[in-house]
Design a protein around this ligand. Structure first.
Ligand SMILES: Cc1cc2nc3c(=O)[nH]c(=O)nc-3n(C[C@H](O)[C@H](O)[C@H](O)COP(=O)(O)OP(=O)(O)OC[C@H]3O[C@@H](n4cnc5c(N)ncnc54)[C@H](O)[C@@H]3O)c2cc1C
Length: 446
């Protein structure tokens, strides 16, 4: 979906549910502190600033959900000699279009989603784009087998079960060998990372292969130092001329408005129960929502967190004891330490399906697969083997939706309908064609 369509969908939803009247625009939260009756009532004093009049207002609230995201504080690396560079250095966060780069030499640092997007887009107009990476990347195309969306193909419950059962390196190897490398072999473009696909976020891009092939984007190692008119990359002796250097180097995190000590980082570990609740707080009246790095989509993960937080706020769910929360945080952190490439956001990495299941089970919205196996086999099969859709968490529990089953059973048809201009039936191959394709694939002929 294009961003305008996501925007349209969200605004339409807001209009339908009359949410806009609760939104206060141009209002910045300056501080969130415990109220004087916090120990008894768990309330919060929130001070906000009107960004137009600069007026400060303070009110007391029963609950606070912090949803400020974790991609708004650019992380800028520094390099020797950077101050003498006469060109422009910016973060990808400030990149709003490609026209300033017409006919220019541009270096992009970082090979995550933003770095790849920037390299591909800018290379359409630039004289030359260089893409600098320390670690390489697993590149995942948005289109998988038969041109179907990768998330539709990969985010399935039974595939996450493999990740749970197999050692992580074995699961990574299988996924890379049997799926990723067939689409884009990283070795071919010398961008193979040290960490497996399940230990380092894959970077999504459909066009980088052809850009590297044509030479409009050239891979480079880490920057050793800057000069007046460019950079010297590690292993190079010559200066690579550059007009601009774009740091697509990710984001750091901070909750500057929260009372000190509420969200703590202890020896690299961010102490949040289920990536949401500060364990030191005796009441569940403050939750951090969306501060998470799922191997999967962000929107449904944020939604399920909101649903749980609302149940906790309403007093319908209880949080466990402080000791249990710390034990859970420690367990996730230690598991992640063994699995992921080191990063300051290690503690908030989760696998999409198991995490959503875990949160849904906190408030009774996790589908009962065992029961469905005996009562509704077609639905059970879709839930286990089909794409993992957020409707599954509306089958039962609070705010269940009677259309959820139908939405799950027909999701593929609805996805294909606009693509095929309503001729979904025509893309189904007959059994002989499928067998023929599989036989040729098995024999390695094509
Ligand atoms: C280039 C890019 C591409 C992405 N693509 C995808 C994608 O395809 N799929 C996906 O799931 N995710 C994607 N993401 C991640 C995406 O950012 C999140 O999924 C989503 O935006 C998270 O929503 P959020 O509401 O948690 O945070 P945000 O969208 O970051 O919203 C946080 C809001 O809080 C406001 N805020 C911050 N501080 C204060 C304060 N003190 N007072 C008041 N307001 C404040 C900010 O202004 C902002 O409006 C992408 C991110 C980037 C940068």
């Amino acid at each position: 979906m294009r961003h305008q369509e996501i925007y349209q969908q969200v605004t339409e939803y807001f209009k339908q549910r009359d949410v806009f009247r609760y939104v206060r625009y141009n209002t910045e939260v300056i501080s969130v502190k415990k109220a004087s009756d916090y120990d008894d009532a768990g309330r919060w004093v929130v001070t906000v600033k009107d960004r137009i009049t600069n007026e400060l207002t303070t009110d007391v609230y029963d609950g606070v959900l912090v949803c400020t995201g974790h991609m708004n504080r650019p992380m800028m690396p520094t390099y020797p000699g950077q101050e003498q560079f006469k060109g422009k250095i910016l973060h990808s966060h400030s990149l709003k279009g490609v026209s300033p780069y017409q006919g220019k030499n541009v270096i992009i640092v970082g090979m995550g989603c933003s770095g790849l997007d920037a390299a591909v887009e800018i290379s359409n107009v630039a004289k030359q784009v260089y893409l600098s990476t320390r670690t390489g990347a697993h590149i995942l195309s948005r289109l998988g087998d038969r041109g179907l969306p990768y998330d539709h193909l990969l985010f399935r419950r039974y595939l996450y079960l493999f990740i749970d059962i197999l050692p992580i390196n074995a699961a990574s190897w299988i996924l890379e060998t049997c799926y990723l490398d067939l689409l884009f072999d990283k070795r071919l473009y010398a961008v193979k990372p040290k960490h497996g696909i399940l230990s380092q976020d894959p970077s999504l891009n459909d066009h980088i292969g052809s850009k590297l092939m044509s030479g409009s984007v050239i891979m480079k190692p880490n920057i050793k130092c800057f000069t007046e008119d460019g950079v010297i990359f590690e292993g190079d002796s010559e200066v690579t001329q550059a007009d601009s250097v774009i740091m697509a180097t990710g984001y750091t995190w901070k909750f500057p408005f929260l009372e000190e000590g509420i969200v703590e980082q202890e020896n690299g570990r961010i102490n949040l129960y289920k990536c949401m609740y500060p364990p030191e707080l005796p009441h569940g009246t403050l939750a951090i929502v969306g501060f998470i790095l799922p191997l999967g989509p962000g929107f449904p993960t944020g939604e399920i967190q909101c649903r749980w937080a609302v149940q906790v706020l309403a007093g319908k769910c209880k949080l466990p004891s402080k000791a249990k929360m710390y034990a859970d945080i420690k367990k996730r952190y230690e598991t992640n330490m063994k699995r992921y490439k080191p990063s300051d956001k290690m503690s908030i990495r989760v696998d999409y399906v198991p995490y959503c299941n875990d949160i849904a089970s906190q408030f009774g919205a996790k589908p009962n697969l065992l029961k469905l196996l005996f009562t509704d086999l077609p639905l059970f099969t879709k839930l286990l083997f089909g794409p993992s859709l957020p409707y599954q968490f509306r089958l039962q529990g609070p705010h269940a939706w009677e259309g959820a089953r139908e939405a799950i059973m027909t999701s593929e048809y609805r996805m294909l309908w606009p693509l095929t201009k309503g001729r979904v039936g025509e893309i189904r191959d007959n059994i002989f064609k499928v067998l023929f394709q599989k036989t040729f694939k098995f024999l390695g002929i094509l």
